[in-house]
Design a protein around this ligand. Structure first.
Ligand SMILES: NC(=O)c1ccc[n+]([C@@H]2O[C@H](COP(=O)([O-])OP(=O)(O)OC[C@H]3O[C@@H](n4cnc5c(N)ncnc54)[C@H](OP(=O)(O)O)[C@@H]3O)[C@@H](O)[C@H]2O)c1
Length: 314
């Protein structure tokens, strides 16, 4: 699998990363530990060399599975996120340096690594960057050899911008055919500052696979049950038609087109996949394509125009 540079960190990541939120059983419903291990091993066998997780996924158990199944000597790049506490009745954010220090140590122990390749602050608010001790702490981790690079998983363009101004070397952003807002807001600065970009939610939580009936329902323990109203989901599903016009022998699936859209943006260092089983992983890796052009410029332009006509972009 091809690798791309991670901004100006001097590090490289495989173009496809294995994201592990869904795999952890959080977010979309349970996954067995045996399946988690099979997916980790299958990802390695398919050439995936970047693994993305968070200390809070399954209360740290996902980091433990990565520590057990993706040993350091394989040269895989591991990204984890800190700053979400689950020790109370409801999860809360904590970016106080004392808390982060302990959280990082726990992640190092679970991942079985003295040095973690990349540590991201997990969805901080813009205000978190008002504390100058926060970026200072992240820089210090790097100087002390506890991390190779640091960054922020950002939920808004405003947070992404504050993170870059604070010195973040990597940003993780939601980026897909239907949702490019933060990427568009930040692209000039991402390029100028040479910040590495991890693109997540590349399938819009599964919507872009185009496999759902208009009246799709989700289980109560699936975050998607709360994400869209019935009418909103029906509208979203109908907006997939422009993607279908790109289907061909070479581009046989919507999920492949969605991934190729992400990979064809050269600002993206790696597309963070979210499979919950080996079959999904196999399909994603196979259908993402192997090399540029993932989606030719003209196809991107045509697609954008069609998406404007159905109301995805204004
Ligand atoms: N704040 C953050 O830092 C943050 C936020 C979100 C995500 N992430 C990371 O990014 C990763 C991916 O993001 P995501 O979960 O938001 O969304 P995603 O990759 O857009 O969607 C994941 C969902 O897509 C469906 N899917 C995957 N492969 C498929 C296939 N081959 N065929 C059909 N459906 C398929 C699955 O749905 P079913 O469950 O219905 O099978 C899966 O749960 C996460 O695992 C996580 O590691 C980070």
């Amino acid at each position: 699998m091809r690798k791309r540079r991670l901004g100006k960190t001097g590090l490289e990541v495989s173009e496809l990363s294995l994201g592990t939120w869904g795999l952890s059983g959080d977010g979309y419903g349970p996954v067995t530990e045996a399946e988690q291990d099979r997916v980790l091993e299958r990802a390695l066998a398919m050439g995936v060399r970047a693994f993305e997780t968070a200390d809070c996924y399954a209360e740290g158990r996902m980091e433990e599975r990565i520590g057990a199944r993706v040993p350091e000597n394989l040269g895989a790049f591991v990204v984890t996120k800190i700053g979400t506490r689950k020790d109370g009745t409801i999860p809360r954010k904590d970016f106080a340096v004392d808390y982060l220090k302990d959280a990082l140590q726990r992640s190092r122990d679970r991942l079985k690594r003295d040095t973690i390749d990349c540590v991201l602050l997990h969805n901080p608010s813009r205000q978190a960057f008002d504390n100058p001790l926060l970026p200072e702490f992240m820089r210090e981790l790097k100087e002390r050899g506890m991390v190779r690079c640091w960054g922020v998983s950002a939920g808004t363009g405003e947070v992404g911008r504050a993170a870059m101004q604070a010195g973040a070397e990597v940003l993780e952003l939601a980026y897909n055919v239907f949702h490019a807002q933060e990427m568009l807001e930040l692209e000039a600065e991402l390029g100028q500052r040479e910040v590495g970009v991890l693109a997540r939610s590349t399938l819009a939580h599964g919507l872009l696979c185009g496999l759902w009936p208009p009246d799709k329902q989700f289980a109560a323990n699936d975050h998607r049950a709360e994400r869209w109203s019935t009418d909103e989901l029906r509208r979203r599903i109908s907006q997939l038609n422009p993607l279908r016009t790109l289907l061909s022998a070479e581009l046989p699936s919507l999920r492949g087109i969605a991934l190729r859209f992400v990979l064809s943006n050269t600002l993206v260092s790696s597309a963070v996949l979210g499979p919950r089983n080996c079959l999904q992983l196999d399909q994603l890796v196979r259908e993402a394509g192997k090399e540029p052009p993932y989606l030719e410029d003209q196809k991107r332009v045509d697609l954008r125009e069609r998406l404007v006509t159905v109301g995805v972009y204004v």
